[in-house]
Design a protein around this ligand. Sequence first.
Ligand code: GLC
Length: 753
Amino acid sequence: MEVEILGNVKSFKQQGGLLTIKTIKAEARVCVYSPTIIRVNISRRHSAPDSSYAVIQQPIGKFEFDESADAIEINTPALKLSINKSPLRFNFSTADGKPLSEDDSRFGTNWQGERVITYRKLYADEKFIGLGEKAGNLNRRGTSYVNWNTDAVDYNNKSDPLYKTFPFFIGLHSGLTYGLFLDNTHKSYFDFGATTDDEMSWFGADGGDMNYYFFGAQGVAKIIEDYTWLTGRMEMPPLWSLGYQQCRWSYMSAKEVLKIAKTFRKKKIPADVMYCDIDYMEGFKIFTWNKKTFANPRAMMNELKAMGFHLVTIVDPGIKIEDGYKQYDEGVANDYFAKYPDGENYTGYVWPGRCHFPDFFRDDVREWWGAAFTALTDVGVDGFWNDMNEPAAWGQNIPWMVKFGDKYMPEVRNAYGMQMARATYEGTRKILNNKRPFVLTRAAYAGTQRYSAVWTGDNTGTDEHMLLGQRLVNSLGITGISFTGVDIGGFSANPTPELMVRWNSLGVYTPMFRNHAIQGSKMREPWEWGDVNEQLIKKDIEQRYKLLPYIYSAFHQSTQTGLPISRTLAIEYPFDEKVYFERFQNQFMFGDALLVSPVESDKVKTDVYLPNGDWYRLSTGEKHKGGKIVNVASPLTDLPVFVKAGAIIPMQSVTQSTAAKGDGILQIHVWNGKETTEFVYYEDDGLSYDYEHGGYYNRTISFDPKKKQVSLSEVEGTFPSKYQQISLELHGFEVSMKKRLFDFDSGLIEIKI
Ligand code: GLC
């Protein structure tokens, strides 16, 4: 296929907020979204109306630019885009002219057939992070990736593509940062200098426009903030979904689900969520209940609810071809399924056998799908697990001529899972009235955080997978997906008891804490591992519940800033080389205060890298100077977790579920440090959308070491806190009284240490 080059600028004009630049071959459209975000869209046709599944913002209006003989220059207070005229090239730099990212001067943007690629200059010290759920190392330099949502059964650390598509990365070089989001749902490609001689980096897609958003903010966190401003942030999930979740493929009956739930309560192991995988359905038909094994779902739900449990049920997109099955009949009658060009419904084989696939790209189909959830919500289900939505069709690649909406499969495959999650979210949100649904999805595209949490699909019960899973979670966090989890214990294969214990201790510090396993594997519930291990797992789950006030506040922070809950150290320490070392790259901050080091289950000692500053071991209080590698004990009883000096960590006593009342005491743990620190404490009812209308409880807790004072600002919001007292708990201080009780008051509280 010939290479068609972009050519020289022939003419340009500005109309409103759009600068249009023409060459013989193509038209480039440039617009500004904010001082730090500029969009470039290069196309040979620009025929279709401008639309995006990901972007929810509009560009600003008219902007200034300068023209010289060689270039057009756009200057915002933060960013300079220099558009070279002959040939047309796009070069971004900081406002004061430091290069951030430039087209490869020889090749820039060009086409081969419909495939459009932009070649970029590669800087000697350039690192790349991002792309969400991608295997491999934190620093993606020297590697290449493809986005093509895939049912990636048995994936490993070399597999690509996996289930999701996030064409967004952050580049770091010369002490500078930039981000780039290629908003194109076709199969897309990213090459981060996987060329001999480090010649270039490049990105592109099999069709559509070279349509990218360039982010010029300085700091990885700032870029994530901008990216999630553009593509949206998650909303507050229901509090119960942050509790412990017990799942398994093959809880075969209501009786079995209830037995497991009762065992949690009997053994006093906290838990909030039970799951029903595909076996609750009649012949795997979506929106049905098995008449024998789940004969009375309402009674099951009532019992679960009485024990303080919520239930999440799976839904797959494939609708079984069977006359008399409601969803099939309605789908056929109303033409709701994806089609061949001759109008025949496409058929693919999944769990129920031969299926048709709802066309989630259509408004009416999403409405129909969303409304069908009453089959589940009517009995009391409020969690909805969207699986197989790459979409998976066994043994098939789904023919490229299959049509979704007015587009063909190659153009929209990567967004199918997102549109299913959207339909599920919008539908259940409507049905549940003011109650928050919990939605979980396997396939996703940029922006899915607005609708759903995600998990990383079918992993394996090995140490390697535990560490890989953490990297996936950390990387998803860079791309705006904060509510993430992995199958703890590994979906397939049987983990050793040691790995199971270790993985649960890491689960405490995973945004979604869910155990899940494949049908046919050994039972995995916490009591299946012997008494000693049961106690260890129980202790870990208890730790999760103690930390919930901190975790819930971290979720709130994420709804405001887009910063993830699990943060690769590259977010806060982007230019610290050690953060990218393979042996430290899995480490992460969990919220603002905790540094967690995932460790293989057979390692009783391990090296941990502590960035600059002072740190305390959470379990022992032992203090460490940062900026160095420390060798610490890592027995199964004690995953290495460190607290940043100055941290303020709100905690509570253990409860058996998030619905339990608790002892009414909010523990405020303060870890001594040298600088003044702040923590924004957030609480609401955990269930409804009242927080959107002031129904929350928000106050800033500050610690001033010079004044020796902890203070709580006045309360914002109308929600009455569920705590009546504060217990101030000090760590690393030389005061005799370590713990003091205070009454909770809505006004300013100042406590002398
Ligand atoms: C897929 C899912 C897995 C689920 C199974 C059966 O493999 O990824 O989580 O248990 O299908 O529904």
